[in-house]
Design a protein around this ligand. Sequence first.
Ligand code: ADP
Ligand code: ADP
Ligand code: ZN
Length: 215
Amino acid sequence: MLIILLGPPGAGKGTQAEKITNDHNLAYISTGDILRSAVRENKELGRKARQYMDEGKLVPDDLVVEIVKDRLLNPDCRNGALFDGFPRTVEQAVFLENALPDLDVKIDRVLSVEVEESELIERLTGRRVCSDCGANYHLKFKPPKVRNVCDQCGGDLYQRDDDSLETVKERLEVYKKQTQPLIEFYQKRGLLSPIDGNQEIEDVYKQISSILGEL
Ligand code: ADP
Ligand code: ADP
Ligand code: ZN
């Protein structure tokens, strides 16, 4: 099974991905997480990507495509995979479409999580992330049991550099220009399922579960 989570920054893709991958035994492929760990570990990829990320711009397609090619070869993808934050441009979507037949895989569904812009800004500026396991929290909407401590692993929570108000606004613009066209791209292929992301976390997941249950 191959599922794509599409949606603007802050829509709740990472939050829903955690639930989906647990219930459906899918490999989790977040290009954002892979890029952030490459930056942290000061790898060549990280050095090339860092400035784009800090400015809220997209990392060039060729770098991202290399990450995904590599990642899909990992044995944990045998049961299927969930993409979060990839593809983000039409070029990336075309690459994926061309790469899948060789891997004997097809896209089963593209879940397009829709949320109003004012809500996205509040979600992103209040987001906190676990430095050890990557779990997502929110100061107001999903606070951890103990302040600044991850419920799952006890790791410290931090605020991403690109979750500042200024960079958030830039990321939302970049989304509209470069990623939003993918909604039509997948609609034309009959793969798109819109998800109402304005609901409570559990209700969003119910909608997703019922769609995945029909596959
Ligand atoms: P994305 O991966 O799409 O950028 P996240 O899953 O990281 O988004 O969610 C962004 C922020 O909003 C996080 O702080 C998360 O805890 C919070 N959040 C996610 N889903 C909801 C929701 N349905 N209602 C309120 N807050 C949410
Ligand atoms: P969010 O969903 O909260 O916007 P991500 O963690 O998916 O954040 O991405 C963070 C940053 O990593 C993006 O702003 C961009 O610079 C880079 N990035 C992640 N995925 C891609 C991609 N598929 N193509 C280009 N850049 C990407
Ligand atoms: Zn953690």
